[in-house]
Ligand binder design. Sequence first.
Ligand SMILES: *[C@@H]1O[C@H](CO)[C@@H](O)[C@H](O)[C@H]1NC(C)=O
Ligand SMILES: *[C@@H]1O[C@H](CO)[C@@H](O)[C@H](O)[C@H]1NC(C)=O
Length: 254
Amino acid sequence: MREMMWIFAVIIFSVCETWGLDTVVRNASFNLGSDVNLTCSNEPRSEVIYVLWKIDLKHKECHIAYTNDGQSTDSCNDGKSLRNTPTALYLHIPNFSNDDVGVYQCETVYTGGADAHIINMDITAPPSISAWLEWKGNKTVAVCKAERGKPAASISWSHLENSSSLKTWSGSDGFFTVESHLELPENMDPKTLSCTVRHPYWEEEKTLVPKLTAATRPHFTMMSICIVVIIIAVLAVILFFAKKKLRCCGVAGR
Ligand SMILES: *[C@@H]1O[C@H](CO)[C@@H](O)[C@H](O)[C@H]1NC(C)=O
Ligand SMILES: *[C@@H]1O[C@H](CO)[C@@H](O)[C@H](O)[C@H]1NC(C)=O
């Protein structure tokens, strides 16, 4: 009887694969660090004869399979597992990370049918954010940065939005860094300016006030040192000529 079932399962499979029947393709994105549960079929678990997950990740390909006679195989060995509850059989991915991004293909055979799903799994990861003031010539520039988020964050300013410029970079790992620069008018007090960062990972937007930071201060001190050195040099030159003149006039006077 069991062998009959297997033959049946294999036939159903071939039909599905050949004709692409019942293959549902969907895209899904999960939050970094979340625990993900994926089901392959809505059939009651008691009806399931066989489940196979073929997982195609960036750095490896592996599979996890289960048959209702208690056999299971797992070539992933990375914490993913098939979990049983009285009502469902699902693939459990703990602590979802960028390494789990990829194409998850599953095939289920149950008494009376078969299902195939392809899930393109992506990650939603929050960027780290910062804002500061810097100097460009005699202009003050406010900078707001959202680093390594997925998807890209969006940045807006409390005012002067239309004079800001936006740069976006994407790394080979698919994470985005977004930086917005805003040149302040001379008479403007930077304390009244703020930037707002929005990202799907957060329920609420985040607001930052660009401030002088430790990173911008050394630049400032360097400039002060330069000014002091120049003043000393000028004074030395003046002193040199003044002395020369004194000597010359002293000589002339005699
Ligand atoms: C989740 O994974 C990250 C690294 O990817 C690790 O730092 C963190 O401790 C993990 N969290 C749990 C609850 O295992
Ligand atoms: C920005 O918009 C304001 C009005 O909202 C306008 O007065 C100003 O000229 C604009 N600046 C630029 C750089 O387009």
